[in-house]
Design a protein around this ligand. Structure first.
Ligand code: PFF
Length: 459
């Protein structure tokens, strides 16, 4: 018999643990900065509400119905040799690629944890502190070292398959993170740059957003909700038929949005107060937060707590990423857990080496001039701009057009008190999600110009 979650809370916490991670804490702020705030945030919220959460429900439905992992879901619902299985493999590939650079960022978090404990706040000036990231990202060996340590931690957890331990830890850590973020955000509100930050973040003012920025908002929304990466499908398969799927998806989506908003509202006032560049790139959070800590009493303690939580939220997500790969190797090739965990961790480490060395340029020296961005960003773009939106597109097509509507409806209604939402949800999955993704790709490919069509341009 397939294992099921002990309780609904257990499932929500595990799914929340996977969803809230570096996407919300690290990626959301810097991608928002790079894309000029305002409109980008609006797009992110729009995509999350109208595409992300509906797809989240869709993945849960597929998983619960099929009771299999990412690839198995499509095999079980459409036949073992169905081409739809490719969608599952897409998801596994995305998870694997994300893991390869996710551990680099989480490793930087470990480095900052170590720095916090090593009197970084006593020995250096604020500018020196925010400059540490540059040294770190240019140091390939240190980045690689911490990334390996983090991967080993992830491997240790997944190797034991400790669902219970993780459920419990996720609960404590997610709540602590929220409390700390609310506290930090309350302080940021008092900073001089708060007003400027709010207007930058929430006013769709005098700016243009590039088509690639729109896809990035879509990709980011899927990334933060852990969609199109096989995880929600898999977690759905461990659910009992009495669960209320739409409600669960709304709770998780709401929490992810809340944490993203708290994070940017904490970080951007610091940027405006200290006149830091808005396009800080991947180092943004590591450059701004230490400045905030430095200006507060008990900086060392605050910073230590924050980076501990940072590493743990990264861990509850990276476990899920690794588990997607491992579960499919076990499921499809009958590998032992031990073998699957060892090989996938090793592979993620090897594929992650150029990402860890991206800043130092110790490897692939000509990558940057050739591709216009370093290896780390190239992989991240490949996933966020192509794989995740395409994965979401095919999942929506599958639910909206390939499966029988009766079956989908039955599974949606099973256990929910929100049955009246079915028509709207199905409409979004069948018509809005696939066509929105196609439109965005047409725009990106230069076939149409949405900016002109809907005069989206503000000058
Ligand atoms: N949602 C996670 C984040 O925002 O950091 C990333 C992620 C974790 C995606 C686990 C997928 C997954 F299976």
């Amino acid at each position: 018999m397939r294992e099921h979650w002990t309780s609904r809370l257990g499932f929500i916490l595990a799914a929340l643990g996977s969803a809230i991670g570096l996407g919300t804490l690290w990626k959301f702020p810097y991608v928002t900065g790079d894309n000029g705030g305002g409109l980008f945030v609006v797009f992110y919220l729009f995509f999350t509400l109208f595409l992300g959460i509906p797809l989240f429900i869709g993945e849960l439905i597929l998983g619960r119905r099929a009771q299999r992992g990412a690839v198995g879901v499509f095999a079980s619902l459409s036949g073992e040799s169905s081409p739809w299985r490719t969608v599952g493999w897409f998801a596994v590939a995305s998870s694997f690629l994300i893991l390869s650079y996710y551990c680099v960022v989480a490793g930087w978090g470990l480095n900052y944890l170590m720095l916090s404990l090593n009197q970084m706040y006593e020995l250096q000036t604020p500018l020196q502190i925010s400059g540490i990231f540059k040294t770190l990202s240019h140091s390939g060996d240190i980045s690689l070292f911490w990334s390996a340590i983090f991967l080993l931690m992830t491997m240790g957890v997944i190797y034991q398959g400790v669902r219970k331990g993780i459920e419990l830890w996720s609960r404590i850590l997610t709540i602590s993170l929220l409390v700390l973020l609310v506290g930090l955000c309350a302080y940021s509100v008092t900073l001089e740059g708060f007003g400027a930050a709010v207007s930058f973040l929430f006013q769709p003012h005098l700016q243009t957003i590039k088509p690639s920025g729109i896809i990035e908002a879509l990709g980011l929304s899927f990334f933060t909700l852990s969609l199109a990466q096989g995880i929600i499908l898999t977690y759905g398969s461990y659910l009992k038929s009495s669960e209320d799927l739409p409600k669960t998806a709304l709770i998780i989506g709401g929490m992810v949005v809340l944490v993203s908003m708290l994070t940017v509202l904490t970080i951007f006032p610091v940027i405006f107060t200290f006149n830091l560049p808005l396009e800080g790139g991947a180092g943004l959070i590591f450059e701004t937060l230490p400045l905030l800590f430095k200006s507060l009493p008990g900086s060392m303690v605050l910073s230590t707590i924050f980076f501990t939580l940072f590493v743990f939220t990264a861990l509850t997500s990276s476990m899920a990423l690794l588990e997607v790969v491992v579960a499919n190797l076990i499921d499809l090739h009958q590998w032992s857990r031990r073998k699957a965990v060892l090989y996938s961790t090793l592979a993620a480490f090897i594929v992650g080496i150029p990402s860890a060395l991206a800043g130092s340029q110790d490897l692939f020296k000509d990558w940057l001039p050739m591709y216009g961005t370093n290896f780390f960003n190239t992989i991240d773009n490949l996933v966020s701009i192509w794989l995740l939106p395409l994965g979401g597109f095919f999942t929506a097509l599958y639910i909206g057009w390939r499966l029988k509507k009766g079956l989908v409806k039955e599974e949606f209604l099973q256990g929910t008190t929100l049955g009246y939402l079915f028509t709207v949800w199905f409409f979004l999955i069948r018509w809005v999600a696939p066509f929105a993704v196609v439109l965005i790709f047409l725009q990106k490919g230069g076939f149409i110009n949405l900016d002109k069509l809907i005069s989206l341009k503000y000058t």
